[in-house]
Ligand binder design. Structure first.
Ligand code: NAP
Length: 279
């Protein structure tokens, strides 16, 4: 099977490298020639170019560009392809991609490997990035079963554990465990620095330690990613934020009214449940 990968950055390049090492012929397409040359120098792909027409010879294509470029890339790509080619993407949101992509190309199946680092671009490529990572396949009702199997099999070969869900439920779930935490964490940092008493803020900066390090990590990450989460998963992120706001109000009330047993109940439950989210 010949595999095409568009966007030789962290995710696309890492996937290309693993698949090349597994013996697949991998053809890469990226935006910049320098990226293509680097991918060839490092033997991440067998061939690489900036032109999409080279992918006419492939059987399966992964679109690994930033979210905003996925649909425009698909629109430019499909004129070169015979109809049997299966296309997937790796975007971190699915509801704003999968229905539109499937309308453009009936052999499209959405997927999202839940793996990554804080780094970007071809320099960030890592081998075995996907080992033991969950990967969500997000078919629609009319997605052919054989295409789901083709895409799942490749993700399994690079080490992913496969989950299947509708695009909507995927977006709801990632809103809770990925997009909401970024907003909460960013708001934590923002609230600290906007506190009116500068002397307290300065002292807090000096005292901040492991607890603040854990809770502020995702809020102190790449701003582009946080913005993209809000733009492309707006509805589900807002639902999660509103539910979170209600729960926060209830905690504030418990503390104001000194309902310590209610607060204790919540803290006992969260201590018990946290490991269930982290395997
Ligand atoms: P990245 O490291 O910035 O890589 C994206 C690459 O796409 C860039 O290196 C760029 O290559 C290329 N590119 C940009 N526009 C292009 C275009 N129009 N045509 C062809 N190539 C283009 O980003 P990433 O972290 O790999 O993210 C890529 C996708 O993976 C996103 O859709 C994201 O939602 C998804 N994802 C990310 C993570 C994560 O943690 N990072 C996890 C799961 C899924 P050049 O160097 O040639 O400009």
């Amino acid at each position: 099977m010949k595999i095409g990968i568009i966007g030789l950055g962290l995710i696309g390049g890492s996937l290309a490298w693993d698949l090349t090492r597994l013996g697949y012929e991998v053809i890469g397409v990226s935006r910049q020639l320098t990226t293509c040359n680097m991918a060839l120098d490092r033997a991440i792909v067998s061939r690489a170019t900036v032109n999409l027409d080279i992918l006419a010879q492939t059987d399966l294509i992964f679109i690994c560009t930033p979210i905003a470029s996925i649909i425009p890339t698909l629109e430019r790509l499909i004129k070169y392809l015979p109809p049997h080619v299966v296309i997937t993407d790796v975007a971190s949101v699915k509801g704003s991609i999968v229905p539109q992509a499937t309308q453009l190309w009936s052999n499209f199946v959405g997927s999202h490997p839940m793996a990554g680092t804080a780094n970007q671009g071809i320099e960030a490529v890592e081998s075995d990035l996907f080992k033991n990572a969950p990967c969500v396949i997000t078919p629609l009702e009319n997605t052919p079963e054989k295409n789901i199997e083709t895409v799942s099999k490749i993700w399994q070969e690079v080490g992913c554990k496969i989950y299947t869900s509708s695009p909507e439920n995927h977006d709801r779930a990632v809103a809770w465990i990925s997009h909401l935490p970024v907003m909460i964490s960013a708001n934590l940092i923002n609230s600290c620095i906007n506190h009116g008493n500068q002397e307290v803020v300065n002292l807090a900066k000096n005292l901040a330690s492991s607890g603040f390090k854990d809770t502020s990590r995702v809020g102190g990450g790449n701003p582009e990613l946080g913005l993209m989460m809000a733009q492309y998963n707006k509805a589900q992120l807002l639902n999660s934020l509103r539910e979170y706001q209600q729960n926060l109000s209830s905690i504030i009330e418990d503390i104001e009214q000194e309902k310590w047993s209610m607060l204790e109940e919540i803290l006992n439950k969260t201590q018990e449940e946290r490991p269930n989210f982290l395997g």
